[in-house]
Design a protein around this ligand. Structure first.
Ligand SMILES: C[S@@+](CC[C@H](N)C(=O)[O-])C[C@H]1O[C@@H](n2cnc3c(N)ncnc32)[C@H](O)[C@@H]1O
Ligand code: SF4
Length: 462
């Protein structure tokens, strides 16, 4: 099992940090970037550029108290249908800018719970996608699902529409944890979903777990992890609970005193890691595990893993087009986010021309190379800085400030240098976000401007 981390180290490094699903991170997005900027970015995409697609559906059948996602309960069939029409309209506007026929290797429906979309709407959206894009024969088509609410016929429909990867939320199997989180989901419900997915011909199965939830203990997460690996998903995501009640009001229902402390969280993460590694899974970056035969484990080994708004991915496209309220997109020029409120997103599409964009950020040259360094660290727990050193300079000149900041990491045995190659040690693995943050110039700039800010912008880093 991974080495125990001392209380002293935890105390010195604990804090709040970004998860680096992009660089610049979303806190740098402003309304200085709007629909017209993005229209010019999209029109400028080379004709041969492939794209990835993301559809955000901000609805659930019921809400879980721990959930930090942008989602709400939508029971009316009419509301769900109307949202499908908005997705189609947004896609039509995007296609008018980028043209038809582009190759798609990755498509992801997330939320919320995207299977709240009526089945005829899902059919319609996928038919529109297939008319406007060329889906690669080996494309990854993924859908997030809630095992407590699987509409009759949904899994066979997804298989028919070409989906080959399903991600199921589980989080924890302990009854007390589940009740406190407002997410009661039996072991049998989850197992039935995994089996139904396989029976329908969808063989890629991911399961999400969380540590740091109220009333979890090292023993309880061990039990959950052991029972979940017995289902043999080919990937697992193991997130640290992000308690951000200042951003997500429903988390105020989580009793603060029931939350495990930082040391306990680190031990829970180490225990889950132990169970999954013992069961043959390969740890990937901050929070993923994959079966060694899985494409993500192979990409990790080959050094071709990527990180985007969906977390770790084998998707290498520099263009990710997000559709739906609050979805975030990426182009070589910059990132942008759609209007977060579902109602306002709908109004924008009905009452105005153009894309329903709220804010974004242009990526400077500095952002681009820093983004690459940060992504490499987040994916591989290591980075060779040689390509980023200007000609005629030494590492110590080009990265003077970063080397200074990394000195304590080295003294604490968290990182190791070999020439210009920086790698995290086994002991340093929980500090991935901390090492990445050393290369984050935007965060330092924001922190300098906003000293004394009342609430943190990010979740706990450990
Ligand atoms: C869109 S949901 C998954 C699909 C489906 N809605 C479900 O719950 O089964 C996305 C995932 O984000 C993770 N998540 C949500 N809120 C979180 C939080 N506060 N901290 C850590 N992970 C969180 C959970 O693991 C959850 O499964
Ligand atoms: S965890 Fe899933 S089902 Fe629960 S509120 Fe979040 S998105 Fe909805």
């Amino acid at each position: 099992m991974a080495a125990k981390i001392s209380s002293d180290l935890i105390a010195r490094y604990a804090g709040n940090l970004p998860r680096y699903t992009s660089y610049p991170t979303a806190v740098s997005f402003t309304d200085a970037i709007g629909p017209q900027d993005v229209a010019s970015w999209l029109k400028a995409l080379p004709a041969e550029q492939s794209v990835s697609l993301y559809f955000h559906v901000p609805f659930c059948d019921e809400l879980c108290r721990f959930c930090a996602c942008n989602t709400a309960v939508m029971r009316q069939e009419e509301g769900r249908k109307a949202y499908g029409a908005l997705l189609l309209e947004e896609m039509r506007r995007v296609i008018a800018l980028i043209g038809q026929g582009r190759l798609v290797r990755h498509l992801h429906f997330g939320g919320g719970t995207p299977t709240t979309l009526p089945q005829d709407v899902l059919r319609e959206v996928m038919a529109a996608v297939r008319r406007a894009f060329q889906i690669a024969p080996d494309a990854e088509l993924a859908m997030e699902m809630d095992p407590r609410h699987v509409p009759e016929g949904m899994l066979p429909l997804l298989a028919e529409l070409g989906f080959n990867r399903i991600s199921f939320g589980v989080q924890d199997l302990n009854p007390r944890v589940q009740e406190t989180c407002g997410r009661v989901q039996s072991y049998e419900q989850t197992l039935a979903c995994v089996q139904q997915a396989h029976a329908a011909g969808v063989h890629g199965v991911n399961i999400d777990l969380i540590y740091g939830l109220p009333y979890q203990t090292v023993e309880s997460v061990k039990d959950t992890a052991q029972r979940i690996v017995a289902m043999r998903p080919d990937r697992l995501a193991v997130f640290g609970y992000a308690h951000v009640p200042w951003k997500q009001k429903r988390q105020q229902l989580i009793p603060q005193e029931a939350l495990p402390g930082t040391e306990e969280r680190v031990e829970q993460a180490a225990m889950i890691d132990h169970v999954l590694v013992e069961a043959g899974y390969k740890p990937i970056g901050l929070d993923h595990y994959a079966h060694p035969d899985d494409a993500m484990a192979r990409a990790y080994e080959a050094g071709t893993l990527h990180r985007n708004f969906q977390g770790y991915t084998i998707d290498s496209s520099p263009v990710l087009l997000g559709m739906g309220a609050s979805s975030i997109s990426m182009t070589p020029e910059g990132y942008y986010q759609n209007i977060p409120s579902t109602a306002a997103y709908g109004r924008a599409l009905k009452e105005q021309d153009g894309l329903p964009i709220a804010r974004g950020v242009f990526r400077t040259q500095d952002d681009r190379w820093r983004g690459k360094v940060i992504e490499t660290i987040m994916c591989l727990s290591a980075v060779d800085l040689t390509p980023y050193i200007p000609e005629g300079q030494a590492l110590s000149q080009a990265f003077a400030a970063e080397l200074e900041a990394l000195r304590s990491f080295e003294e604490d045995g968290l990182i190791h240098w070999q020439g210009n190659h920086l790698s995290l040690t086994e002991k340093g693995k929980p500090f991935l976000r901390h090492v990445a943050a050393v290369f984050d110039a935007r965060q330092k700039e924001l922190a300098a401007k906003q000293t004394g800010q009342a609430t943190p912008r990010f979740s706990a880093s450990l």
